[in-house]
Design a protein around this ligand. Sequence first.
Ligand code: BES
Ligand code: MN
Ligand code: ZN
Length: 498
Amino acid sequence: MQLSFVAPSAVNSGVWVVGAVAGPALLPAAERADKASGGAISRALAVNRFTGKPGQVLEMLAPAGIKASRLIVVGLGKPEDFDANGAEATTATAVGRLSGTTETEIAFEIDAPKTGKARGAKLAAHLALGAKLKTYAFNQYRTKDLAEHESKLKKVVIFTANPVAAKKAWRPCEAVADSVFLARDLVNEPPNVLSPVEFARRAKGLSKLGLKVEVLSEDQMKKLGMGALLGVGQGSERDSQLVVLQWQGAKKKSASPVAFVGKGVCFDSGGLSLKPAASMMGMKGDMGGAAAVIGTMRTLAVRKARVNAVGVIGLVENMPDGKAQRPDDVVKSMSGQTIEVLNTDAEGRLVLADALWYAQTRFKPKFVIDLATLTGAILIALGVEYAGLFSNDDKLSERLIEAGKEVGEPVWRLPLGKAYDKLLRSKIADMKNIGGPNAGSITAAQFLKRFVEKTPWVHLDIAGVAWQDNEQKPLIPSWGTGWGVRLLDRLVADHYEG
Ligand code: BES
Ligand code: MN
Ligand code: ZN
């Protein structure tokens, strides 16, 4: 797909998209389209329930008087509410409308509403971002009926008064979009293909972007004492891996890095505490946290972010075989603390325990943020709209909450506390890996907290947002969402560069 920013001119072929705010009130380009088409929009408005709400669409085929094959009016909502998220939703909505058509070109002429928050080059870049994110498709494994699933769209044009400024604003957005696609690809890949070793191989491929990528083997992890992570992988035919990515972009080479840690369970069968069939489906996505970390590190490298950053990813496959970890086993983590594994399906926290400890002790980071599809309970609490945030640091939490709003990946803070910590007491070891029947997401976070020492830390439970079933969010056309890449990139861009 070819994307361009150009000064407004006549649309001589393909789709012409214009905007209307709530009312509906046509914006200038829409007014012009209405005139040129001899009032096609006005006539359509008279017989449609179009009020200019966000996501609403008015579509006219080949109106007489204009050369475009299709004229689309998109609702932008209240002018004062129109922001970068609104811009992205606008173009994504229009692109989504074209699935099932053979249109190959689309041109957006979206005027900035006077009181809106998105304008100029920023508006143009976010219009482009929405369109691009919506064109994603994962058709790797189809050998038939490709035409049904493939978009025909070849050309996307964004009209803007200052194309040079728009192109500049687009560069970091493009880095993010391509990295979101990488994260989505990884989540969508089937688990027979994406083993821990294959995941690590793909991570290695990012070294050509200037990232330093190390892969630790099981032997190396054993030497480091990572008994918690290794216990999870020991029932799998496939080797566990720890991937360490480093980006050195800060002016001061020795500046302490920001650190991201990802849960990379390439498939979660539950282990001997086997999941029932219905719950096991989709557990190829249990590496969504790892995918977000990879995507974030890729973004930082491509846009040459002025920050030092590290990504640590624990890659395992949680399987039941004769060598598998048993419920009742006691393992020793790298931190020295022992864990009684009472449920082998509470494996993510075991992987993170060692990955978190490794990230902190090796890199002494400014902060550490872990991302994990950690608990089904977070879906009960927050559904698919928010990720759960747990933290020992108010400032870092606030910054993430703010960044989440900006990029449309919202997070909601939930509590930690001593009272919950009691639920992790073990009869024979330092702790057990499950709490009681209640507050499952909190006890999981409380468990992780035991592997954090004197470092500002956030845990993001992304089990509700890393993939989606039917209820497609406007910018996400696939099962894997790539959630977290945009959030972390924005956090870094807003606070940790310079
Ligand atoms: N990967 C799952 C969590 C999950 C569940 C993610 C549903 C996405 C959708 C995790 O490893 C798990 O199995 N958690 C258990 C913990 C329990 C055994 C304490 C859970 O949530 O049931
Ligand atoms: Mn599990
Ligand atoms: Zn899991």
